[in-house]
Ligand binder design. Structure first.
Ligand SMILES: [Zn+2]
Length: 215
């Protein structure tokens, strides 16, 4: 994990992603507006499609998540005996599902643009992949940064394949989203727990530039 990065990289990433209103070309309607639900569904479907192909190329079989659960406030599913918390999205290894606070996700989508969904969902699928690969980490931050890297690798592959199109839009969208993505538990602002914004952007850029094998 190379954490000796400067703002140059963040600037390079900003340029690289200078037009990141991510949309699925075929789903764009005449008004030019995808709905939140469209983006959620598309992010899930395309991310699993990417990993299915990737595992296949490695002679392995990707196991799709068993559920994708919207919840509200504290009403989310229990995972490993722990209750869900508001304003979060998470992967649960025990049940092999992803759950998300729907109104929190929608507010990010409204405030930051669709890039928020296309960072958070691939990040959570990154944890599902770690679980399947039984990747071990000494520190939680390493798992978080690898999930950010996986998200970058997933997105760049989808853009390259034409499944997603980067549209003119807020150039800071994905970068801002990286700060909001991940697992905002009580200590989510603790840099030791999840990585600084710069580390997260750097990890995302590694994946975006070099693909998931670089993660
Ligand atoms: Zn995470």
């Amino acid at each position: 994990m190379n954490i000796v990065r400067t703002g140059v990289l963040a600037m390079a990433l900003a340029l690289l992603l200078a037009s990141c209103g991510l949309t699925r070309p075929a789903s764009r309607d005449v008004q030019g507006a995808d709905t939140f639900e469209d983006d959620l569904r598309t992010a899930r479907t395309l991310t699993e499609s990417f990993w299915t192909d990737f595992f296949d190329q490695q002679g392995m079989t990707y196991r799709p998540i068993v559920d994708f659960i919207p919840y509200s406030g504290k009403s989310g599913p229990v995972c490993g005996g722990e209750p869900s918390v508001p304003n979060n999205a998470f992967y649960c290894p025990e049940g092999h599902f992803i759950a998300y606070d729907r109104s929190w996700m929608e507010s990010l989508w409204n405030d930051m643009g669709d890039g928020a969904v296309y960072v958070i969902i691939p990040h959570e699928f990154g944890h599902a992949v770690q679980s399947q690969l039984r990747t071990g980490f000494e520190l939680n931050v390493q798992a978080e940064l690898q999930a950010d890297c996986y998200a970058g690798g997933t997105l760049s592959a989808l853009v390259r394949s034409g499944s997603l199109r980067a549209d003119p839009g807020d150039e800071d969208e994905l970068l801002l989203s990286l700060e909001a993505a991940g697992d905002p538990t009580d200590d989510w602002l603790n840099p030791a727990a999840h990585g600084t914004a710069e580390q997260r952007q750097s990890a995302f850029a590694d994946g975006y530039d070099d693909g998931v094998p670089a993660c």
